[in-house]
Design a protein around this ligand. Structure first.
Ligand code: TRP
Length: 330
């Protein structure tokens, strides 16, 4: 069986963009692959230095995955910081990573650009963890002989860098020290829209939390921005935020039915929003219930992560031993 691996950075509360764009597709992939999904807490350290916040986000993100159906007896579910072999591999890989490769990383380049636009020093606010972020990610991936990396499009470049680095090691020692991973797109071709009609993103503050209560969810859905067309007017489903969300939560025949009602006219926005709320709530209610049960017993969540991490350490240790021999450090 092929190995699928992905990391989840514990930042921000999980919203339905994370659910539809990352959690759900990764769990689908875990049906046909040997899956290794972990909390990338050291990746969060670059931007978050509040220990209570790191702990809280780690628990919440882990609970979100478990509530969404991740079965820790089938998926290797662990915490990056509990697998220290990752950091030994990071050191090894650094010696094979051209500095110029890091200079080309989109995330780093975006910071340089925004610094230069606002007249600051180009490297203002850039720590070395952020600069070498793609190498730590390569260590996460290469440590576990990963075939597939399910990620959003913004992470493709990082996976390609992992391939470059792996090839350099393989070439140097003339053998297949590492498998070459392949990124798998998890995002829909159509971007998920947020409350204001822009792409749903934490940075726009337009997200719908995965575990909003029923009342909060209804309130948020009713707040979605629509145009000022009257009830009578026929409406265009293709340009409507409510409809674009609805197609992610309803069944195909329900989607067709609502599309017909849009085109026929005589339906107000309140009605469309009510349909959306009901479809979302039907899918999210069972998750919400499991989530609050999990969060009521955080020690169970921690135990899952600790057990998974112990198994991950065994696999990782074998890989590190193999590599130490190759590089002459046995
Ligand atoms: N960088 C990824 C993100 O921000 C998280 C991540 C860390 C990751 N390590 C990884 C994803 C390894 C895939 C594989 O979303």
């Amino acid at each position: 069986m092929k190995i699928a691996l992905t990391g989840i950075k514990p930042t921000g509360i999980p919203h339905i963009g994370n659910y539809l764009g990352a959690i759900k597709p990764a769990l689908e992939l875990s049906q046909t692959c040997e899956a290794r999904y972990f909390i990338a807490d050291y990746h969060a350290l670059n931007s978050c230095k509040d220990p209570a916040e790191i702990r809280r986000m780690t628990l919440e993100i882990a609970a979100a995955w478990l509530a969404s159906g991740l079965d820790p007896s089938k998926v290797l579910f662990y915490k990056q910081s509990l697998v220290p072999q990752t950091f030994e591999l990071l050191t090894l890989l650094l010696a094979f990573t051209p500095k110029g490769l890091m200079n080309r990383a989109h995330a780093y380049k975006a910071i340089l650009q925004s610094n230069s636009e606002s007249g600051r020093d180009p490297d203002d606010g850039v720590n070395m963890g952020l600069y070498t972020y793609p190498v730590l990610m390569a260590a996460d991936i290469l440590l576990f002989d990963t075939d597939f990396v399910p990620v959003g499009n913004d992470q493709f470049q990082h996976v390609e860098m992992a391939v470059d680095i792996a090839q350099s090691v393989n070439f140097t020692y003339g053998r297949d020290c590492f498998k070459l991973p392949q990124p798998i797109a998890t995002e829909h071709s159509k971007t998920l829209l947020g409350l204001d009609g822009r792409k749903m993103s934490k940075s726009y503050g337009n997200t719908i939390p995965m575990f909003a209560t029923e009342k909060e969810l209804r309130k948020l859905v009713m707040r979605i921005i629509t145009n000022s067309q009257s009830v009578e007017e026929p409406k265009d489903p293709e340009t409507c935020t409510v409809f674009s969300l609805y197609r992610n939560f309803a069944e195909p025949d329900q989607i067709q039915e609502l599309r017909d009602r849009y085109l026929a006219g005589g339906m107000g926005w309140g009605h469309a929003k009510q349909e959306l709320f009901e479809a979302m709530n039907a899918q999210l209610a069972p998750l919400r219930e499991r989530y609050s049960e999990l969060m009521a017993h955080p020690q169970d969540i921690t135990r899952h992560l600790e057990e998974g991490s112990a198994r991950a350490r065994e696999l990782a240790e074998r890989k590190i031993k193999f590599l130490r021999e190759i590089i002459g450090m046995d």
